[in-house]
Ligand binder design. Structure first.
Ligand SMILES: O=C(O)C(=O)Cc1ccccc1
Length: 275
């Protein structure tokens, strides 16, 4: 399968695409460009969605609102970072915003300016042309670019995991169709959606969540993002476990507020077996 994902070579996205078995990988410099390419060329994409330490990847969430795509698979990758550079006296640090948050403790201790990049691979490339600097990157990237390690495993939390999703072009046509009964039985299948309420009133969020409580359906994630229409209006990203009467809950939810289906999908398993 051909997969478009965040490059240049050596990003965690690139590593995840290789692990899930892509036989052709197209690398683009930003997450926004992954979405644009998926929609323009009909290729499958792979993007980071959330991290166990830093939370939602905002550019991915915003693109999920904006582009007609469907989530078709989720996968998890343990993430370890190192500080790499050639100078004893570090003048500045190059880091992807997610990597910055995942390593915020050491960055605060170092007390030098941080320059944000579009990817971890971009941080490595920037460090190479700025000898006084250091980069927050994976050991794999440090060795690929021959940047000496200053310190390994600098993430705030040793159990640092990023969740990726595979995306296909087109709005979810499946609606409430889960993709595999077997995975559903194991509680592994999820359905993602965005609620876009056109109102702001007391008890709205309570009402939106009541159908799930009533049917005993587990939400695995809820996250709000600005609607970008006006100050103080929000959309809600929901991931729900496809178990029991989850379809009834979603049908009821649809009667309370407009929703965008992002699709129902399973989890890439090999990762679990290996970890
Ligand atoms: O820049 C990368 O390597 C990415 O794939 C995005 C990212 C950044 C930090 C943790 C996981 C994924």
């Amino acid at each position: 399968m051909k997969i478009v994902t965040l490059g240049p070579e050596g990003t965690f996205s690139h590593e995840m695409a290789t692990l899930i078995g892509a036989d052709e990988i197209v690398l683009v410099p930003t997450i926004g460009k992954v979405f644009a390419e998926v929609v323009k060329t009909g290729t499958t994409g792979l993007v980071p969605l959330e991290n166990s330490e830093a939370g939602g990847v905002t550019s991915t969430l915003d693109c999920l609102m904006q582009y007609p795509v469907t989530i078709t698979l989720e996968s998890y990758l343990p993430i370890h970072h190192c500080l790499a550079g050639t100078s004893e006296q570090i003048t500045r640090i190059y880091a992807h915003p997610q990597s910055h948050e995942q390593c915020s403790r050491i960055i605060e201790d170092l007390n030098v300016p941080v320059i944000h990049t579009e990817s971890n691979a971009a941080s490595a490339i920037a460090q190479k042309s700025d000898p006084g600097s250091a980069a927050i990157i994976s050991e794999r990237l440090a060795s690929r670019h021959q940047i000496p390690l200053i310190r390994s495993n600098i993430e705030n939390n040793a159990c640092n995991i990023t969740r990726f999703v595979q995306i296909s072009p087109g709005n979810s046509s499946q609606g409430l169709q889960a993709t595999g009964e077997k995975k559903m039985d194991q509680g592994l299948e999820k359905c993602s959606l965005i609620i876009d309420p056109d109102e702001n009133r007391a008890g709205l969020l309570y009402d939106l969540l009541t159908p799930f409580k009533r049917e005993g359906v587990n939400l695995t994630r809820i996250e709000s993002r600005p609607s970008k229409r006006s100050m103080g209006t929000y959309v809600f990203f929901l991931d729900i476990q496809c178990e029991g009467n989850w379809k009834t809950s979603v049908t009821e939810l649809q009667q309370i507020a407009p929703i965008k289906h992002l699709g129902c999908y399973g989890r890439w398993q090999k990762q679990m077996e290996n970890s």
